[in-house]
Design a protein around this ligand. Structure first.
Ligand code: A2P
Length: 280
């Protein structure tokens, strides 16, 4: 799903937003990235890692005055136990939705269709020992949910979150999150020492930082493994979830298949799963 293939549904003009939720927090990171939190519908149940359709009303039709909801798929970045919902978004200057969405303020309403779906869920993977979360850009969103999910730490001995961005400022959302969850009292209570299993591996491609390069290249030349002190990726022990651009997803699929891992789905769990970072 992208800006061009968005779902549009007819709705009468002048009505209250359908499936309205209220914005409770907004934080801008760069001129390309921001995060926001909204109220959660009481009836909404989801599995950490899933996405929902969210959006705003589009501009009135010049002829009829009617407005249609403008919806896009967004991964829920908060865990399933959180009382609010969090989203992490790109700002596309001429994007029909994100050019408006980037202006939301606390107290504003957004539309949220309460039908969560997705493949980046624990159910789509066979049991394993080490879980990799490979992300680029806003593709970190589903993993922001999963690294706050107790099951992640119950099911695996080691969790490695890789995040590749163009520059250091774009890493801030993930860096702050990893730092904050290690200090979070509620998470300590839920997950306990398990949080120590989480390893964070940020890289940049267009600005100097302690670790530079695309994650795909760093896997191919073995840098990731020597940095983390592990032997490599194996079908027996390693499981992976991938979320980023189409290019990243395809390149990583090839790399993971090269290690003997095969792609899973809700209906047929296997060793890795992939989902596109939707808007951007
Ligand atoms: P690069 O700077 O070399 O293009 P974007 O902001 O465009 O969504 O990209 C986010 C990050 O993903 C960038 O660091 C970008 O690196 C990286 N990236 C893009 N395509 C791939 C790919 N096919 N494999 C690995 N990393 C990629």
């Amino acid at each position: 799903m992208n800006e061009q293939t968005a779902v549009k549904e007819a709705a009468p003009a002048q009505t209250r937003l359908p499936d309205a939720q209220t914005v409770t927090e907004v934080q801008h990171y760069t001129d390309r990235l921001f995060r926001f939190r909204v109220t959660r519908p009481q009836s909404l149940r989801f599995r950490s890692g899933e996405f929902v359709m969210i959006g705003l009303m589009g501009d009135p039709d010049p002829k009829t005055g009617r407005q249609k909801p403008l919806l896009r798929a967004y991964s829920i970045a908060s865990p399933s136990w959180d009382e609010e919902l969090e989203f992490y978004s790109i700002k596309v200057p001429d994007g029909p939705l994100t050019s408006k969405l980037q202006n939301i303020k606390v107290g504003d309403e957004i539309i949220l269709r309460p039908k969560p779906v997705g493949t980046l869920v624990h159910d789509a993977l066979l049991p394993g020992k080490r879980l990799w979360f490979f992300s680029t850009g806003t593709g970190i969103a589903p993993f922001a949910s999963l690294i706050r999910e107790p099951q992640t730490y119950e099911d695996y001995d080691e969790i490695i979150l890789t995040h590749t961005c163009r520059d250091v400022a774009e890493l801030k959302y993930g860096a702050d999150l990893v730092e904050s969850i290690k200090q979070d009292e509620l998470l300590q209570e839920l997950i306990g020492d398990g949080l120590n299993k989480l390893r964070y591996y940020p890289t940049t491609t267009r600005e100097e930082s302690p670790r530079m390069g695309r994650i795909t290249e760093l896997l191919k030349d073995g840098t990731v493994f020597s940095d983390l002190g592990i032997d490599g990726i194996s079908k027996e022990t390693d499981r992976a979830m991938v979320c980023g651009s189409i290019g990243l997803n395809n390149d990583l699929k090839e790399i993971l298949e090269g290690y003997g891992l095969s792609e899973g789905a809700n209906s047929e769990p296997a060793e890795y799963v992939v989902e596109k970072a939707f808007v951007g």
